[in-house]
Design a protein around this ligand. Sequence first.
Ligand code: ADP
Length: 163
Amino acid sequence: MATALCPGSFDPVTNGHLDIIERTARHFDHVVVAVIRNPQKSQSLFTLEERQEMLAEVTGHLANVRIDFFTGLLVDYAREQGAHAIVKGLRAVSDFDYELQMAQMNQRLSGIDTFFISTSPQYSFLSSSLVREVARFGGDVSSMVPAVVAARLAGRFDPGQSA
Ligand code: ADP
């Protein structure tokens, strides 16, 4: 039974992430979506728990996906989980250098391979940081994130609205 790991900060989860998770779930028996708990990233918009809650809500239709978090080295966590592969989304050439370096380092450290899934073209411009910026200034992100995430963003930036 092959298990894949989809790591990320998911601050918040976007339709681009969801597309990668859904496609990974078609190719592997089990998928663990692992949220990075990064103590230095104190400026993250949503807490670790909020990021996990949103992921759980938007992947509820995928029976072989579960949500977790990790600290420290990804490869240590991957080993703990018995993961056979790390799966990442590739948006543009700008992702490539860094992702290749990470994949090679993780391979060297643990022997675990990284698989890359190319983004669907309609999501290639999408990143959590851009979504946060657009939402912060009142822009419409409803086509970029699942509805529950859009509601939480609205609540965060306009406390008059419920999230
Ligand atoms: P972001 O760069 O948006 O903050 P994360 O650090 O949470 O995203 O990324 C987790 C994984 O999701 C990475 O492999 C990243 O390349 C991938 N990813 C993020 N946005 C997209 C997208 N729009 N299409 C495909 N993959 C994506």
